[in-house]
Design a protein around this ligand. Sequence first.
Ligand code: ADP
Length: 182
Amino acid sequence: SRLEDGRLPLDLAACDVGALVERAMEQLSSLAAERNVLVQTDLPASLPRIHADAELIVRVVQNLLGNALKFSGRGSTVLVRAWPVDSEARGTDMPEPNAAHAAMPVSQVCIAVSDRGIGIDARHQEKIFAKFSQVSDRRGGSGLGLTFCKLVVEAHGGAIWVQSAIGEGSTFFFTLPVAADA
Ligand code: ADP
């Protein structure tokens, strides 16, 4: 609730995305082992640093990764990727780097967590970011994880969205601003 009414000041600093992802992965290594899900990363070494509250972003990645693990089958793989994008990239299209992006100044980093789990029906995809929202297959949890992610990402000036298909899996994307001295 402090995030909601803007009473949580962000402790902003230039942060290395790889280090934040590593920290989130460490917190979830036993859940990954228990569920027999392999977590892979694809994080270019050249990625610019982000202007972010490290503690909060670790928790965002932890929530997304935790959900990816929860909703994946045994033996499945979860992938965490990140790449630079221009500031217009948001919405449902995947902002993969391309020639157009290369010509534009990079101002955001997009981070994506993909699973090959149960997927989310199109009619639930907007709703899941709302408070206490859970789809029928809940697998525990509070229905607040994605609400927290959305509040944190938006407090940073970023966006969060999902692409998913039932039975195929889900990818959650979010963007964060690049640090001035990145
Ligand atoms: P919860 O604590 O219930 O997991 P979240 O806000 O994190 O709450 O997620 C809300 C709902 O969105 C979940 O209950 C689940 O129905 C759906 N969901 C979230 N992530 C995934 C995912 N990776 N795959 C399938 N469903 C998901």
